[in-house]
Design a protein around this ligand. Structure first.
Ligand code: CRA
Length: 781
């Protein structure tokens, strides 16, 4: 019946058995040794760092599981409304360090490991990042076990391989053989008179849950990240449809389309399993199904989980036997949709808009645009439209992006529903990872200066404003600068051990780390480096003496099929090979493309930056989140007036950022001019033309291979490099100038970090909780 007496047996025995774990140092070492002996079946004499990492991880995991169980129990008892975040990507980074910090156990583990002859920092390095995502969208959500890519660099080009994250047992993930659902594909559905509909035949695949504990900071609350894997059995009628394939590939592209059928199956597999799980939990609380939206809110992270909308309709109509209107009413009060991009190629079938406009005059035009089905050969389903009409509210991820969304992609829907369905939630970043974990020195200095425990500003980032009082304090400035310097040394050490190059840590560190994409314009950065190199070469030694030495860092992945992006990596690597050994210039300019970009590598790069680049064509970068991370760590920003750069400048003051380039409203006109009144690049932007010609001429090797890349700029220049390059170079010159006055620079750095309160993920989550989910926080005691 599902309503048996609970617990079985004597309640007191159960209660006595339920105890929190002791977390003093002797208990930690005891638990560690116990895991070495039993879980790992090893002993002190054959334990290496990796084994020690595993034992320590298992020991912390015990704490997490207890908190996680308590969390489940707490919410099951209270049965409040729950918010579910459906995302196809979760970029979690490392778990171990984060768990220690959140549980407040780092120092104790440090002591304990020292006593046992291990160094905690070395053990932390043994953990592989869980790379379940591509870019900011994945980081923001923090699903898909299976093959992930590990791009390395060989011969100057990106290589792809399965993610080593999957090679070893992952102590942070619990297989839940007890939690599984059957998901059906294909087949047919039938409804006999007076009976419920029955869907049968086709292919049945088992979805099995894998849970990861996600601890909150300074709380016992430990959330669950539930991933789905295809089970080891399948009943396939169409034998060519392997069930295993469904969870074995993460489409490694955050913006473009993909091979259609498998991607669709993935999306259905995971949304259907998640919904079955959500429905099961809802049924446990004995409420009528019409109250579903009072207990469940589901956030769709971009269009990837949109199939959840028709799947919930199917459940309500077929399994629950509700009338259409009632079912639709439940659906549209349950879902919320976050859009993460206005780039057309990502919008699964929005490109037709213009074509339809020409074909249909008058009102029919609008109807056609708003339809879920795109007419044509073949017909297409418009996922974005489905997500919009199936959701109660729709948001973009930065002010400009949300405005652009309303003016373009969802314009007709704004006319139909009114403004109130559409709103903005500017993205945020977690100060736990992106300040305390990646930059402990800075976090300690802030705590000491403001005379408050770290927990206070790590939970309320607006508290950093208190630092403004110390901007002019020379002692504080010195300490601030010393921390930046030691972070630069940490990065230099990393480069030396991975790439074998020694770096001048007194040079300015200039960083651009993000996925390779034409709209993000890593090309502009590398052409800028070539320009700087040519300028240096043309100088006399005396002139060179006045130049601000600079080290430029790149890191990031290209989608495996994105030819131009891969060519960009190759160009960067080859330019580096030339300039890093040129005796005339190498002390003044060097360049590195760091392979295997990951969250953990970002944690080393970000605290070490003096300046970072966020230089997308205006109107293309929905938000960006690394811009926030750099600024929080006292790096200054050079960027276009785009995405969250704008809001950062609003907070920190325009005098503290280096803005350049055309604004969003100009972009369309400029593109039009490029199409119909092209001006040769030599005339429009001689400096850029010179850099491109130097590359064409073979100065950086590989002769003509770069032509397809260079021609995208010489020919139609969709991302407007020729329009922005000159002002970009000027902005970089201003950066050099500003860097000469180190005291002023440090003041800018402090003032920037101090004003980053708005960009805490806590504020963003709070916005969603209020605007969408209508839930309140409920803290375990
Ligand atoms: N690539 C945007 O491009 C944004 C993040 C998070 C992106 C970024 O500007 O900061 O989302 N969009 O909102 C995306 O993935 C499908 O679209 C991203 O991560």
């Amino acid at each position: 019946t599902g309503k048996e007496k609970w617990p079985r047996g004597e309640e007191k025995v159960w209660i006595d058995g339920t105890r929190g774990l002791d977390t003093d140092v002797p208990s930690i070492t005891k638990s560690f040794v116990n895991h070495v002996h039993t879980s790992l079946a090893r002993q002190a004499y054959n334990l290496d760092d990796f084994g020690a990492y595993q034992a320590a991880a298992l020991s912390v995991r015990d704490d997490l599981i207890i908190n996680w169980n308590d969390t489940q129990l707490h919410f099951t008892r209270k049965s409040p409304k729950r918010a579910y975040y459906l995302s196809l990507e979760f970029l979690m980074g490392r778990t171990f360090d984060n768990a220690l910090l959140n549980l407040g156990l780092k120092e104790k583990y440090n002591d304990g490991m020292t006593k046992l002859g291990f160094n905690l920092e070395d053990l932390l390095e043994k953990e592989r990042d869980a790379g379940l995502g591509n870019g900011g969208l994945g980081r923001f959500s923090g699903l898909l076990p299976g093959l992930k890519r590990k791009p390395g660099i060989a011969n100057g080009s990106q290589l792809e391989a399965p993610d080593p994250w999957l090679e070893h047992d992952n102590p942070w993930e619990l297989p839940r053989a007890d939690v599984s659902y059957e998901v059906r594909f294909y087949g047919h559905s039938e409804r006999l008179d007076g009976m419920k509909a029955i869907w049968s035949g086709g292919q049945e695949v088992l979805a099995m849950a894998y849970d990861t504990m996600v601890p909150g900071y300074d709380t016992k609350n430990t959330n669950n990240l539930r991933l789905w894997e295809t089970g080891d059995y399948e009943r396939a009628l169409e034998s060519s449809n392997s069930a295993a394939a469904i969870t074995s590939v993460l489409y490694p592209n955050d913006h473009t389309s993909f091979g259609k059928e498998l991607r669709l199956k993935q999306q259905y597999f995971w949304t259907a399993a998640s919904l079955a799980d959500i429905i099961r939990r809802f049924k446990n609380i004995d409420k009528p199904i019409t109250e579903f939206p009072e207990y469940v809110a589901i956030q769709l992270n971009d269009t990837h989980p949109t199939l959840a909308v028709p799947e919930l309709m199917r459940i309500l109509l077929d399994d629950e036997d509700l009338p259409w209107d009632t079912a639709w009413n439940i659906v549209t009060n349950t879902f919320f949709f976050t859009n993460h991009t206005v780039l057309p190629e990502a919008l699964e079938n929005m490109l037709f808009l213009q074509a339809v406009e020409k074909k249909f005059p008058g009102d029919r035009e609008k109807l056609a645009r708003m339809s879920l089905i795109e007419e044509g050969f073949p017909q297409n389903v418009r996922m974005a439209n489905l997500a919009v009409i199936g959701s109660r509210k729709v948001n973009g991820v930065a002010e400009l992006h949300s405005e652009l969304l309303k003016a373009t992609i969802v314009k007709d829907f704004v006319d139909f529903y009114g403004q109130s369905k559409f709103f903005n939630v500017t993205n945020g970043i977690t100060p736990r990872r992106w300040l305390d974990q990646c930059n402990p020195g800075l976090s300690n200095l802030i705590s000491e200066t403001l005379q408050i425990p770290k927990g206070v500003f790590l939970k309320d980032l607006y508290k950093l404003e208190g630092l403004l009082k110390y901007v002019d304090n020379p002692t504080f400035q010195k300490k601030w600068a010393a921390i930046k310097q030691s972070n630069k040394e940490r990065l230099a050490h990393y480069v030396e051990t991975t790439l074998g190059f020694k770096i001048n840590t007194h040079a300015m560190f200039d960083v651009q780390i993000k996925r390779l994409h034409e709209y993000k314009r890593q090309t502009m950065n590398i052409f800028g480096v070539v320009h700087r190199y040519l300028t240096l070469k043309a100088m006399t030694p005396a002139e060179r003496k006045k130049v601000n030495p600079k080290v430029v860092f790149f890191a990031g992945k290209a989608a495996p099929g994105y030819y131009i992006a891969k060519l960009t990596i190759r160009l960067i690597v080859n330019v580096a090979r030339v300039i890093n050994v040129d005796p005339d210039t190498k002390d003044l300019l060097s360049l590195f493309f760091l392979p295997d970009y990951s969250v953990s590598l970002a944690e080393i790069l970000i605290p070490a930056s003096d300046i970072s680049q966020h230089i997308s064509t205006a109107g293309t970068e929905a938000s960006g989140t690394s811009n926030m991370k750099f600024c929080l760590n006292g790096g200054l920003l050079v960027g276009t007036v785009d995405g969250a750069n704008i809001e950062i400048a609003e907070e920190v003051g325009e005098s503290n950022v280096f803005f350049f380039g055309h604004l969003t409203p100009a972009v369309e006109d400029l593109r039009y001019q490029h199409m119909y009144h092209p001006v040769p690049i030599e005339e429009k932007c001689p400096a850029l033309a010179q850099a491109l010609n130097e590359i064409s001429s073979g100065t950086f090797g590989d002769g003509g291979v770069y032509e397809p890349l260079l021609n995208t700029i010489r020919q139609n220049d969709y991302y407007l490099l020729t329009e922005d390059f000159d002002s970009y170079i000027k902005a970089l010159a201003l950066v050099d100038e500003a860097y000469q006055d180190r005291t002023e620079w440090i003041k800018k750095s402090i003032s920037t970090s101090a004003k980053m309160g708005k960009f805490s993920s806590d504020r963003a989550i709070q916005d969603y909780a209020q605007e969408c989910w209508n839930i309140e926080s409920s803290k375990l005691t």
